[in-house]
Design a protein around this ligand. Structure first.
Ligand SMILES: Cc1ncc(COP(=O)(O)O)c(C=O)c1O
Length: 389
């Protein structure tokens, strides 16, 4: 019998990265060599002090259900860390802990946005934003990010797109897929616009610790924003903990019970031993995380410099995250066809910019969460492909 899905499933999008990874693995299974520049996860292992804390937690019995919003000691520790790190005082009642940071996106949009209301989201941007906005029956309004502004939002454009139906504005800095950084001034404009239109802000700060020259600012620290802001953060990227599944939201205390109720209805709770390991990650030795950022910075420069040597390709030097977003629009082939050809004929897995929305057209995304040798080889293959177009 053909499976007839509920109509809402037609509105749900996906993350192309997982599809490209599956195709790349299939090619590898046939014996082909593939350089993986498609995956958005650190290639490092979780630092050993965190692994030890997780093992210790398992051995001491942290294998049971816990409260849906998170273990009290973990909520307390995450709040303390966040207050110190961002310079904004928050309490444990404002923290909801989730399996990875992604559920925070899903829960916050589900809890706050009614059908027909509008949500502004960065485009190009993490594809799950648009997917979930569509899924709940809201209207997804793209906020274009352009190369000439180093992929920061345009203030006038933001003002022109916000209106009485705007319920939520999604921000992401440092940004996936461009590595762009929002300045304090950008955040002040968003804060002013959000307050004037009585809109919420969801600030995706999952890459806040993977930042190079610039300083990370949170919109939560701007006057009047605490009551209308949710910050999404988590351990996946900073502590190379993608497979542990650990993230959290920082939100007004009045919203937290609704988000916890969504947790009760879906996951029940985040794994208890994972939360305890996550406390060690935030409060323990930071040298593993710091060494990763230093290495990412070296790789960023290596990849940007090598890409800019290729005729017809130019690449801005991103300020954070571990992605570069080179412009390939001068080439005689679309970015989408280039990505396909790179994988099929040259063994380099990258994503077309359109995997991040229509404003990503003309670009490709490379993740530099790979060894320097593999990055050199990957860019050399891209150069060969471009020369043979
Ligand atoms: C911008 C952004 N937000 C959220 C997430 C989700 O992270 P997690 O793996 O913790 O769910 C990702 C992961 O790729 C991301 O790039």
């Amino acid at each position: 019998m053909a499976v007839e899905l509920a109509k809402r499933m037609a509105r749900l999008g996906t993350e192309t990265a997982f599809e490209v990874l599956a195709r790349a693995k299939a090619l590898e299974a046939q014996g082909k060599s593939v350089i993986h520049l498609e995956i958005g996860e650190p290639d490092f292992d979780t630092p050993s002090n965190i692994v030890d804390a997780g093992v210790e937690a398992l051995r001491s019995g942290a294998t049971h259900y816990g409260p849906s919003a998170g273990l009290p000691q973990a909520r307390e520790a995450f709040a303390q860390w966040f207050s110190r790190d961002r310079g904004v005082e928050v309490g444990p009642e404002q923290i909801v802990i989730t399996p990875g940071a992604k559920p925070i996106l899903y829960y916050v949009i589900t809890a706050l946005v009614n059908e027909g209301e509008e949500v502004l989201y960065p485009n190009p941007g993490f594809p799950i934003y648009e997917s979930v906005i569509d899924f709940v029956g809201a209207k997804a309004v793209p906020l274009p990010l352009r190369e000439e502004r180093d992929f920061r939002l345009d203030h006038d454009e933001l003002r022109s797109l916000v209106g009485p139906k705007t319920k939520l504005i999604i921000l992401n800095s440092p940004q996936n897929p461009t590595g762009g950084i929002l300045t304090r001034e950008d955040l002040e404009v968003v804060a002013e616009v959000a307050q004037a239109n009585d809109a919420w802000v969801l600030a995706d700060e999952i890459y806040s610790k993977i930042i190079y020259e610039a300083q990370h600012h949170t919109i939560l620290g701007i006057d009047g924003m605490a009551e209308r802001t949710v910050v999404l953060d988590g351990h996946s990227k900073t502590y190379a903990m993608t497979g542990w599944r650990l993230g959290f939201g920082v939100m007004p205390a009045g919203l937290a019970p609704a988000i916890a109720q969504l947790m009760t209805n879906t996951n029940s709770c985040t794994a208890s031993f994972t939360q305890l390991a996550g406390m060690e990650a935030l409060l323990g030795d930071q040298s593993g995380a710091e060494a990763m950022v230093q290495e990412f910075r070296v790789r960023r420069d290596l990849v940007v410099d090598a890409l800019n040597e290729i005729d017809g390709v130019h690449c801005t030097r991103p300020g954070g995250a571990f992605y570069v977003f080179p412009n390939v629009s001068e080439l005689s082939i679309s970015a989408r066809d280039l990505a396909t050809r790179l994988l099929d004929d040259y063994g380099v897995a990258v994503l077309a910019g359109t995997a991040f929305g229509e404003h990503g057209d003309g670009f490709i995304r490379l993740s530099y969460a790979n060894s320097q040798d593999n990055l050199r080889e990957g860019v050399a293959r891209i150069q060969r492909c471009v020369e043979e177009l």
